[in-house]
Design a protein. Sequence first.
Length: 504
Amino acid sequence: MTTVAKVFSVASIGFDGHLIEVESDATNGLPSIQIVGLGNKAIDEAKERIKSAIANSLLEYPKKRITINLAPAELPKNGTHYDLAIALAVLISSGQLRQSEVNEAVFAGELALDGSIRPIKGAISITETARQHDFKCVYLPKECVEQASLVKGIEIIGVASLKELYLHLKQEIILSPNQITASPSRTKKDPTTPTLDDIHGQEQAKRALIIAAAGRHNILLSGSPGAGKTMLARTLLGLLPTLSAEEQIAVTKLHSLAGESIDEIITARPFRAPHHTASRVALVGGGNDFKPGEISLAHLGVLFLDEIPEYPRATLEALRQPLEDKSIAVSRANGKVTYPADFMLVATMNPCPCGYYGDQTHECNCSSTQILAYQKRLSGPLLDRIDLRVSVSRVSNKELFASSKEMINTQQVNALEAIKKASHIQHNRYGSSSKYNTNLTSRAITKTMPLAPDVSDLLLAATEKLKLSARSYFKIIKVARTIADLEGSPDIAPHHVGEALQYR
């Protein structure tokens, strides 16, 4: 009676992992291997890699008709990390391994022709799924162990080759579980990131950046070319704290699934700056293998859109739902996946096509029709989702040189201290270290941010005069609450609302 071998692996579908049973059945017949179970081209090509890897590991490839099934069959399987599980299933079918030797473990790794094991994408997703299904151990390529070590409560063993793993399973050698923790030195900020002290003038824009960083608000910087919009935007990254341990898992997992970082832990907040020629799929995610897009790779960090009117309108409109929901659901004919997308949007734009509308030193040569058409490239609903809008004026050369001589480098330190205190106030208010003022729903705002009568009257009068939407009304309250937190004020005062209205 033929016994079907069974080895466990994991399929990463979107942000979640699904347990996969790799079954192998060897029968008499012409030597061949057939892989079924909705695998892609990379899995079909695994047949040749496995043959060479087994032979070059001084093991015997069975001269039988082998059928490999990846179950459940209806789930799509992508990638090369099934190689290791398939090879072990073949070895069990040929009697070189026993089924009991691979039970209670999950295996993932790409095989080279010489039998060595190459790094793979999605190591964290694989490890999390193994832990959720109560497996005791997961075997991964050595290069992926550092990332996987972020997941606690399961043994992680790094292997360098198929032969090494085979000898370990036969208990001829012992591979110890790896225990790696992130080095504190790796959490330092990038020294090339500009700080507030590097920027001369632009006090209103700096203030807006501090408010944005404290409450995680979206911000739009508008001004003529050379005014310093891009430098101001890049300064924001230095105002944000380093990732917590829980946040490191989410960010590293996303970058690993995208194939951008498969052998290290990401400790700095991401700063994504896609070019305006990027497609909508590149921005929001998708494709044949449902890869995360730029908005997901910017999760818990910054998405920087330089010269936002240059982006296709359809691409920008795709941001509307993620800006509200903090996640993106990618639906295609062959399935649906969901990725987190809790990012800060930082955008810059010129006031007109030539860039000098309203500039005091350059004359604008655009017609009123051109100016209006250019500014209408950003739809009202998208602008409504941006909390802070700041006009950035050019700093004269005389002021620039004068301020560079007299500048005292304390703005960055003071800003970081104020942001830290405001963040602590928000964490205590909401009982969560990952929740900020910008995350509140309108119902939560009504409960947690009661307004005094004079503040409410001021806000209502302003919204009626400026004809602001209900969304803008609540966003003003959120920004005013952040301004109050920066001052350490328990209540929202009229001057907090007044400052918040300046940024609409």
